[in-house]
Design a binder for this molecule. Sequence first.
Ligand code: COA
Ligand code: MG
Length: 328
Amino acid sequence: MSFTTVESVPPRLNRSQLFAPGVRPTLFEKAAASDADVICLDLEDSVAPADKPAARANVIQALKTVNFGTKSISVRINGLDTHYCYRDVVDIMEQAGERLDLIMIPKVGVAADVYAIDMLISQIEAGIGRKKKVKLEVIIESVLGLNNIDAIAGSSKRLESLHFGSADYAASAGMRTTNIGGPNKDYVVLTDKDEAGKREHHWSDLWHYSTVRMVAAARAHGLRPIDGPFGDYSDEAGFIAQAQRTAVLGCEGKWAIHPSQVALANRVFTPPADEVKRAEAILSAMKEGAAKGMGAVALNGKLIDLASIRQAEVIVRQMQMIAERTKA
Ligand code: COA
Ligand code: MG
C-alpha cells in the first residue's frame, strides 16, 4: 500500500438513481413509492427554460411535503454557465428545509466549478443554521470534465460521487452517435478472415474508456463512481448488459430515467447471493485464523488473506445498507 491512504466518503446506497423532471410533480410521489435508492429531482435538461421557476417551486414544495422515506434525495441544478444556477442553489438551500441530501452539479468542467457551489452552499448553511450538511455529486459529461477529472474528484469535502453522462459527453466530444449510453453499430472490430474466408464484426463498448477513467478518479479520491443513463427504456436486456459491464468495471450503481429501470439497476448492483455467502464465510474464516495468529488461511481449497477481508467487508456492508434502506 502507498504511504498515501485514500479515505472513502461515508457509504450511501446508490444502486439506482431515479430521475424525475421538476415540471412533473405528479411523478415525485410515484418516485417516492418506487424502490430507487436515490431520487434526483431535476431542474436542468428535462426542464425547458420558461419552466425553470415553476420547476424550482415544485421541487421546494416536494422537499417539504413528500415522504421520501429512507431514500437519498438529490436535486440536479442547472450548470454554472446559466443564470438559473445561483437561483437554484439559493432557493433550494434556503427554502426546502433539511430533507435534501445531495445537490448534483451537471457539466462540471474544472475543479473551480465545484468550489464555487461549495462556497455558496457553505455560506447558506451557516447563514440559516442548517443542521445537516448537503453533499455534492457531479456529472462528468464533457471533454473538459474528463480532462480535468482528477482535480474535480479532489475539489471538495462535500463531494461523494462522480457520474458519467454519455449523451452530453458524446455531443461535447463530437462523437457520431445518438444512442444514449448504448452501443453503436459502427464501433466494431472486424476480425481477420477465418479458414473459410469469413469475417465477423465484434461490437465494442464505446463508453469503456470514459467509464474506466471515471472509476479510477473516483476511487482514487474515495468517491463512488456511478454509471449514467441508458436512454432506450424499452430495451431491458440492453440496460442490463450495460449495467453489468459498468458493475464489473467498478461502478456502484446506475441512473434510471424511467421507473422500469429501477428494479434492473437494483438487481445488477446488489451483490449476488453466492458472493454474499462467500463474503460471510471469508470473514468468519479470517476471524478464526486471526485468533490463531494466522494472516492467510484457506477456504474451500483457495487462499484468502487480508485483501479478501477488505473485499468481503465491502459486500457485507453493502448488504447491511440494503437491509437498512428497504426496511419497512
Ligand atoms: N418517476 C416516477 N414515475 C414515473 C417516471 C419517473 N421518472 N416516469 C414515468 N413514471 C410513471 C408514469 O407516471 C406512469 O405511471 P402510471 O402507471 O401511474 O400512469 C408509469 O410510470 C409509466 O410511465 P410511462 O407512461 O411509460 O412514461 P411517460 O411517458 O409518462 O414518461 C419519460 C416517460 C421518459 C418522459 C419519463 O419517464 C421521464 O420524464 N423520465 C425522467 C427524465 C429525466 O428526468 N431526464 C433527466 C435525466 S437524463
Ligand atoms: Mg447532461
